[in-house]
Design a protein around this ligand. Structure first.
Ligand code: PMP
Length: 382
């Protein structure tokens, strides 16, 4: 029987419309979009069409969209591009950011800058008040994610945006996990920089978006990480990955049309998953399921379980554990740790993320398979 894929925070399968658009692009838009001949102009038009779709999705202007290789690059470019090496400046971020944000900040620290990492509450949330209290006259940037990839917490970015706007400090938001389920409007959020990735929204891997407000570009242009042919308005040199960008444009088109109803459907399926599981085996929730959390995902722990072992045995489903989120790293998740969970609870934690192709049958089967795995391990251990 096919694996039930419930690891949509890690990556999403491409939508059929994306595969179709990329096949078209690879076949017909192979010319360099910077070339002045007819084939190049055709590729250029398709890239710009994708840029327009992305801009519309987040309420930005086309000139504010820079294509990158993904959210990791976008986060690095946003953070290192604003905080220039010469002057010693201060950056504010949170303890639950993705490693591409935390490690970018860490590299700034190694270069002599100061970084304030704000703690979070038990739900994994920071407040606008905490951000306001952390600001200093030399603060160059605040970076807060839209929604967390492990515990689904949605941060109060619009409230934080009001604080940073009033203080004249640029705000960066890693929206990689939120943009697939929540409405995102850069002006309503009050962000100057916003990042996301194609492969979390049923688009291709290796492509992403960095939004840079025209206002910020006028005041203090970002320093690029890559220098060369001046593509993407000089912000990101290198021949544009036309096929991936066109695929991303198609992914954004499908998302814009179905996001709202899909979020409702997935919240219902998550409820069904949790109630089926609850009838079979006890568990503790590590993430909320109400407003203020992503609708399609949940983190939970089985008491006394070793989630890594469990998932090796329950081969019918693909989900992640909370203990080894970064490649081969065996260290407990920094997010669950920051939210105050004990090492034992983290050891027994799994992260379940439903997606566009998840069915009612999938969630019921997944809950039964998980419960059977937990029960048989508990019996085996007794
Ligand atoms: N930010 C968040 C919140 C993420 O979940 C991820 C992917 N796990 C990234 C950034 C990095 O994205 P990419 O794989 O596109 O580099």
């Amino acid at each position: 029987m096919a694996t039930i894929y419930l690891d949509h925070q890690a990556t999403t399968p491409p939508d059929p419309a994306v595969v179709e658009a990329m096949t078209f692009a690879a076949t017909h838009c192979y010319a360099n979009p910077a070339s002045p001949h007819a084939a190049g102009i055709r590729a250029f038009r398709e890239v710009e069409r994708a840029r327009g779709a992305v801009a519309r999705l987040i309420g930005a202007a086309r000139s504010e969209i820079c294509f990158t290789s993904g959210a990791t690059e976008g986060n690095n470019l946003a953070i290192k591009g604003v905080v220039t090496p010469g002057e010693r400046r201060h950056v504010v971020t949170t303890a639950v950011e993705h490693k591409s944000v935390l490690d970018s900040c860490r590299s700034l620290r190694a270069g002599g800058h100061e970084v304030t990492v704000l703690p979070v509450d038990a739900e994994g949330r920071v407040s606008a008040h905490q951000v306001a209290a952390a600001l200093r006259p030399d603060t160059a940037l605040v970076s807060v994610m839209l929604a967390n990839n492990e515990i689904s917490t949605v941060q109060p970015v619009a409230e934080i945006g009001a604080v940073t706007r009033a203080a004249g400090v640029p705000l960066h938001c890693d929206a990689t996990q939120g943009v697939g389920s929540l409405p995102v409007d850069v002006r309503a959020l009050g962000v100057d920089l916003l990042t996301f990735s194609g492969h979390k929204i049923y688009g291709p891997k290796g492509v992403g978006v960095l939004y840079v407000s025209n206002d910020l570009s006028d005041r203090a242009p970002l320093a690029p990480l890559l220098h060369g042919g001046g593509q993407e308005r000089g912000l990101r040199a290198g021949t544009v990955n036309t096929t991936a960008v066109i695929g991303l444009g198609a992914a954004v088109g499908v998302l814009a049309e179905h996001r709202a109803e899909e979020s409702v459907r997935l919240a219902g399926l998550r409820e069904q998953f949790l109630s089926t599981l609850a009838e079979l085996v006890p568990y503790e929730l590590n993430s909320g399921t109400g407003p203020g959390f992503l609708p399609h995902a949940v983190s939970l722990s089985f008491e006394g379980a070793d989630a890594q072992q469990l998932l090796l045995e329950v081969t019918e489903i693909a989900v992640s554990t909370g203990s080894a989120c970064n490649s081969a790293a065996q260290e407990p998740s920094h997010v669950l740790t920051a939210a105050g969970l004990s090492p034992e609870r983290i050891r027994g934690s799994i992260r379940v993320g439903l997606g566009r192709f998840t069915t009612e049958e999938d969630v019921v089967r997944a809950a039964r398979a998980l419960a059977a795995g937990v029960t048989s391990r508990a019996v085996g251990a007794a």
